[in-house]
Write a protein that binds this ligand. Structure first.
Ligand code: HEC
Length: 149
């Protein structure tokens, strides 16, 4: 076997082995700590958040089939874990009032700047890239809740 063949074989073996490393998937039923249950979220806003944000910012993540292919799944799960660490709509009522207000301000900032949803996500999930109308709708709501500009 040539050196290149050995390297190729090692890479293939490694790819095979990592398929067996378990990946933690979290799914919980919606409960009353959710922002949708604990706050009066207008239905148009709620629909956008559920469609474009809940996969990484709630405990109702839908894991597409390709998350079973490693290392792709680990990379995606990294976004999900990191996203929930910063903001988890499923734990909304456990945030104090100050934190809630701050998170709502950040929601508007992140979508106005086009940082959220993550680009890689919008490529794989059709219709999740927010339009300027959707951004305005959400920001009008967060500003109305938080008060002032
Ligand atoms: C593919 C996963 C993913 C999706 C979908 C997603 N986010 Fe995020 N979000 C992240 C990650 C990862 C971070 C943390 C790192 C960063 O800020 O880039 C984050 C950070 C944030 C933060 C910053 C919170 C803080 O405390 O700093 C806000 C606000 C946010 N996201 C809002 C949203 C909103 C609103 C949507 C939907 C319109 C959304 N995200 C969709 C992954 C995601």
């Amino acid at each position: 076997m040539s050196r290149n063949q050995k390297i190729l074989l090692a890479v293939v073996a490694l790819l095979l082995i990592i398929q067996f490393i378990p990946m933690q998937k979290i799914y919980e039923e919606v409960n009353d700590k959710d922002i949708m249950s604990s706050m009066n979220v207008p239905s148009e806003v709620g629909e956008i958040l559920k469609k474009a944000c809940y996969d990484c910012h709630s405990n109702q993540t839908v894991y597409p089939w390709y998350t079973n292919i490693q290392p792709l799944g680990f990379w995606i799960n990294g976004h999900i874990k990191e996203g929930k660490k910063h903001l988890n709509f499923s734990n909304w009522s456990s945030y104090d009032a100050e934190k809630q207000a701050h998170k709502l301000e950040e929601v508007c900032e992140e979508i106005e700047e086009g940082h959220m949803p993550l680009k890689s996500y919008t490529w794989l999930h059709e219709g999740t890239r927010l339009t300027s109308e959707q951004v305005e709708l959400i920001c009008n709501w967060t500003k109305a809740v938080v008060g002032g500009e």
